[in-house]
Design a protein around this ligand. Structure first.
Ligand SMILES: *Cc1c(COP(=O)(O)O)cnc(C)c1O
Length: 369
């Protein structure tokens, strides 16, 4: 393979080619230090400048207020399913959770190992094809926090507006749509996201936490599971994944060069619209997700045809350089993940492929003689 393909993988996902090329150029000798960024102490001034660039870049792009801390952790988004309740769930209080599919179910399972967790809204009745309304008057006002997932990577749903949870801290798993649009960070108690979808390579998790919540962590928590260890050390409690942070800093610079989150959002909406329009205007493809709740990051679609044909679809697409279109193993069907770095040309190529595949495979309706 000599040329780059269009990568529709859900994560790890496509990264901006400019950022990859710059990393390649700097790989063996970072800024005339005579060594790779990977070979350098995480406590060196040179590396700390990279860390600061990543952190201040996120602060600037998301307009993170001084009430919130930005942390870089390990263990993936999945560790946060445990770490959030370990730190901010109060033993006597329950947690309230909005269930929008597999990722919130996994979180529910982990939270329930520690405290009572009530599912206060769910879209399971319609196979997670929409974002459920939440009636806040029915939520226990004494809850430790309310938990949701902003973008369901697997079912292709996305919150367009977030519920106002008033005095109850809102916790959001934003692994698959962070930095895809502007956000009002002040509405959230904790936001967390694994980096490998929209921010960089795997191995780093970003956590944005409201400072007052840090007082809830009990001192006898294992240090590696206590947010305060990372707040007190500028995320350098132990050896941070240095290369991942370097790549994140590069992606942040790239987003700024593109015009920031306003430009990202415009591009993402446009790309997604192109694809949804192609799906909706055909009688061969369909999208099972409610119109108003469709994700601009993960476009889930199916064929009005057999599962065998769906398999042919992603296999033939793969052979033509359109990679990773197979739906998540738990739901089947097809999925195009089109994060920030996915180019519009990839969407156009996919739409062309869809048209050709339909023309070749759709059963012709019988012409009445
Ligand atoms: C990918 C993903 C996760 C899991 O992330 P890991 O970093 O693999 O633990 C969790 N939540 C959402 C919404 C995701 O898309």
């Amino acid at each position: 393979m000599t040329k780059r393909i269009f990568n529709f993988s859900a994560g790890p996902a496509t990264l901006p080619i400019d950022v990859l090329a710059k990393a390649q150029k700097e790989f063996t000798n970072y800024q005339d230090t005579g060594m790779s960024i990977m070979e350098m102490s995480h406590r060196s001034g040179v590396f700390e400048a990279v860390l600061d660039r990543a952190k201040s870049g996120i602060k600037e792009l998301l307009d993170v207020p001084d009430t919130h801390e930005i942390l870089f952790l390990q263990g993936g988004a999945s560790l946060q399913f445990s770490m959030v309740p370990l730190n901010i769930a109060t033993k006597e209080k329950n947690v309230a959770l909005i269930n929008t599919g597999i990722w919130t179910k996994k979180a529910l399972k982990e939270i329930q190992k520690q405290v009572t967790c009530d599912v206060v809204a769910s879209s399971e009745d319609k196979n997670f094809s929409y974002i459920p309304e939440i009636d806040l008057s029915k939520v226990n006002q004494d809850s430790s926090f309310i938990y949701l997932c902003s973008n369901n990577t697997i079912f292709g749903t996305q919150y367009k507006e977030f519920p106002d949870t008033k005095s109850i801290p809102l916790v959001a798993d934003m692994s698959s749509d962070i930095l895809s649009r502007k956000l009002d960070i002040s509405k959230f108690g904790i936001i967390f996201a694994g980096a490998q979808k929209n921010i960089g390579p795997s191995g780093v998790t970003i956590v944005i936490i409201r400072r007052d919540l840090l007082a809830r962590s009990e001192a006898n928590l294992p240090a590696m599971l206590n947010y305060n260890s990372f707040v007190d050390s500028n995320s350098l409690y132990n050896t941070i994944p240095t290369f991942g942070i370097y790549m994140i800093a590069g992606v942040i610079d790239w987003i700024k060069e593109q015009g920031g989150l306003d430009a990202m959002e415009q591009r993402n909406v446009k790309k997604a619209q192109l694809l949804y329009d192609a799906i909706d205007s055909s009688d061969y493809y369909y999208c099972p997700v409610a119109n108003e709740d469709r994700s601009s990051m993960n476009v889930v679609f199916r064929l009005h045809d057999t599962e065998e044909k769906e398999k042919e679809f992603y296999q033939q697409a793969e052979a033509q350089g359109l990679s990773g279109l197979k739906g998540h193993r738990s739901v089947g069907g097809l999925r195009a993940s089109i994060y920030n770095a996915h180019p519009e040309a990839g969407i156009e190529a996919l739409i062309n492929f869809m048209k050709t595949f339909q023309a070749t495979n759709q059963k012709k309706t019988q012409v009445v003689a």
